[in-house]
Design a protein around this ligand. Structure first.
Ligand SMILES: Cc1ncc(COP(=O)(O)O)c(C=O)c1O
Length: 358
């Protein structure tokens, strides 16, 4: 099956080669070296001198960690929502006893920095803002740089879900004012699921030291202590995934960040051209199209499932529409290991399928 999924995605060959190794203890010097090398490569990749941790979880674990560690019980958090994953951030805020103020945008639109500015200005109680960098349900990428400038003006914290952007879109933390940003292994780094990672500021760590009842599994100060004293994690890490992530980061270092991002950009442009040439319309507003996933409206009278199952029969797996867009969209993921032949097959088979369905 050729995978154009939203994650897990097809893994890069260098990842699979590394992951078949015999196991060793996460307290051994061998592991400690691998752990620190991976952390340092991520710091290089994100251009930060602050903190980076790896956690045995998927990305949502770190979404919860940002709230449980970053703000106290009852605190007000502004949740920006441009789709299903922003909505999830709001649920995480509320389920952890914090107050979610919600700024919701139309599906297909990004966060409007001017409206964000106005909203924060009118609500001085806000302690932190959450943003979904790349909304996987709509295929919209937000402009982190303008959002970070707005939030930074107010001196409050910014937490970013970069689950489906990190690894494909440039995130230069030295030019951004972000307190906590997280992602997971099964997306643009082309690694199997099970590993998440976050970068956070000294300010976030200091704030977390004051927050009570942070829990144990995602206790950020404990993570920092283990990183500094044991070069490892408090609980057992998914060692094969760490090896896989290290392999992709080494590959990015070898080819250069610019060439790596260009690979993702070029691939996304090609997919969008194919979709438009077939007369289909994107969900994302022009100028905010995601480099990792393209959400596409189905033509009149054709359901998202018709496309999903029709393509599966032809050896191609895309992603179904998500949330309120479930019935009238489908999504083409373009993360991980995808060859030119895969893209040619997608173009051919999607064209054939649409012709039959129309
Ligand atoms: C933008 C975004 N946020 C959060 C998640 C949840 O991540 P995970 O499945 O790694 O917990 C996803 C998964 O698709 C996502 O795309």
């Amino acid at each position: 099956m050729r995978l154009f999924t939203a994650g897990p995605v097809a893994c890069f060959p260098w990842v699979l080669n590394e992951m078949g190794r015999q196991m060793f203890s996460h307290r051994s010097p061998e592991y400690q070296e691998i752990h620190m090398e991976t952390v340092n490569l991520l710091k290089w990749f994100l251009n930060t001198n602050e903190y980076v941790i790896l956690t045995p979880s998927s990305g949502t674990g770190l979404m919860e960690a940002s709230i449980r560690n970053g703000v106290g019980r009852g605190a007000s958090v502004l949740v920006t929502i441009v789709g299903a994953f922003g909505k999830r951030y709001g649920e995480v805020v509320e389920n952890n006893g914090r107050k979610a103020l919600k700024l919701v945008f139309k599906l297909g639109d990004p966060v409007d920095p001017d409206l964000l500015d106005k909203f924060i200005g009118e609500h001085p109680e806000i302690e932190a803002v959450t943003v979904t960098h790349n909304e996987t349900s709509t295929g919209v990428i937000n402009d982190l740089y303008s959002i970070s400038r707005v939030v930074g003006k107010y001196g409050i914290m910014l937490f970013v879900d970069a689950v489906s952007s990190m690894g494909a879109a440039e995130i230069d933390l030295s030019r951004l004012r972000i307190d906590f940003i997280f992602s997971s292994s099964q997306k643009a780094f082309g690694v199997p699921p099970g590993l998440a990672f976050a970068a956070f500021s000294k300010r976030f760590l200091e704030r977390s030291q004051e927050v009570r009842e942070r829990g144990w599994y995602f206790d950020i100060p404990l993570y920092v202590e283990y990183l500094e004293k044991k070069s490892s994690t408090p609980s057992t890490p998914p060692i094969p995934q760490v090896l896989g992530l290290r392999a992709t980061l080494k590959k990015i270092r070898e080819v250069g960040k610019d060439n790596w991002f260009k690979m993702y950009r070029t691939r996304a442009e090609k997919i969008r051209r194919i979709v438009r040439d077939l007369g289909l319309r994107l969900v994302a507003r022009e100028g905010f199209e995601s480099p990792t996933i393209t959400a596409v409206y189905t033509p009149e009278g054709i359901r998202g499932d018709d496309i999903y199952y029709g393509l599966r029969e032809r050896g191609i797996e895309v992603a179904k529409g998500y949330g309120p867009l479930k019935d009238n969209t489908f999504r083409i993921g373009h993360m991980g290991y995808i060859t030119d032949e895969d893209i040619d097959a997608l173009e051919r088979e999607l064209g054939n399928l649409l012709e039959r369905l129309r």
